[in-house]
Design a protein around this ligand. Structure first.
Ligand SMILES: [Zn+2]
Length: 294
């Protein structure tokens, strides 16, 4: 039987003997040293936690092999000093340490814990909000304003073209914030009133100055930094010269599949888009790992 996560709002009536606790100190997740020396999420009884959480939220359960493991998110006191093999780490540090299912849960936990923390009071009239039963939402008892966990959709796009020599190329840009030498595909947040396709056209035009068409959906990825949903596309170059928006982009260039610069780590949808391009247009037998970050 496949192990899967079942989201739920209402916690079990009886406190489980052991559960996953995705607890955060600010942006950092509580982890413990695993038997193999790696990092693992905290899985134990509630009374074994290093300190009582400030707030907790029930997430649902992991099911499989006849077992049900309940999962909670929450916050630890920010000034709590962690000892005895416990540490609080940035979520990016557990990308490779956790299996993808647990990493996804940690990202979900971070967003729900932070939403709860940041929406204790009504944004319209400042009354204390009340959590709804059976729904991940809060309502103001005074004015009725309802608040749901916020997601910020962002598009990310691999723009490709065939150059004058008939060779396929991908457009990659260097953001000022990137580590030195790293390039990636273009991305940006969706604005109110804008379709995803509008956002692809606008962001590519604003950031690198070119027009695109043949916009196709590629896939999506929750990105809990802090609450994005990355929606991936491919698109074809449709005209214009590269002209970067200097406030954000240091440089943008066309690359062929056999001469790529450093690109983002495998976990990201940015990398999956670049890998897609390389799989289609790289040299026969080339492995995508050949272009891993060094
Ligand atoms: Zn209100």
């Amino acid at each position: 039987m496949e192990i899967g996560f079942v989201p739920a709002i209402d916690p079990p009536v009886v406190q489980p003997e052991s559960a996953y606790w995705f607890l955060f100190q600010e942006d950092r997740l509580l982890v413990q040293q695993a038997a193999d020396g790696g990092l693992a999420p905290f899985c134990a009884a509630a009374d074994a936690l290093p300190a009582p959480p400030v707030r907790t939220q029930y997430l649902g359960w992991l099911s499989g092999a006849g077992e049900r493991v309940h999962c909670y998110s929450g916050e630890l006191p920010p000034d709590l000093v962690l000892t005895n093999g416990y540490a609080a780490v940035d979520l990016r540090q557990v990308f490779e340490a956790f299996d993808p299912r647990l990493f996804g849960l940690a990202g979900r936990a971070k967003q729900i814990a932070h939403w709860d923390r940041d929406h204790q009071f009504c944004g319209r009239c400042a009354t204390s909000m009340t959590a709804l039963e059976h729904e991940r939402a809060k309502r103001c008892p005074a004015c009725g304003l309802t608040n749901y966990p916020r997601l910020s959709p962002a598009m990310i796009v691999a723009v490709t073209r065939t150059n004058e020599e008939g060779v396929e190329q991908i457009l990659l840009a260097r953001n000022h914030r990137f580590p030195i030498g790293r390039y990636s595909v273009v991305a940006g947040f969706v604005e109110p009133g804008e379709s995803l396709e509008d956002c692809v056209r606008r962001e590519v035009r604003e950031e690198v100055g070119v027009a695109v068409d043949e916009i196709r959906y590629f896939g999506s990825q929750p990105w809990p930094f802090p609450n994005s949903l990355m929606v991936g596309f491919t698109a074809r170059y449709a005209g214009g010269e590269i002209h970067v928006e200097e406030a954000e982009i240091a440089e943008a260039r066309w690359f062929t599949a056999d001469a790529l610069p450093q690109v983002p780590p495998k976990i990201s949808i940015a990398r999956q888009l670049i890998d897609w391009f390389v799989a289609q247009h790289g040299a026969a037998g080339a492995r995508v790992e050949d272009w891993r970050v060094r």
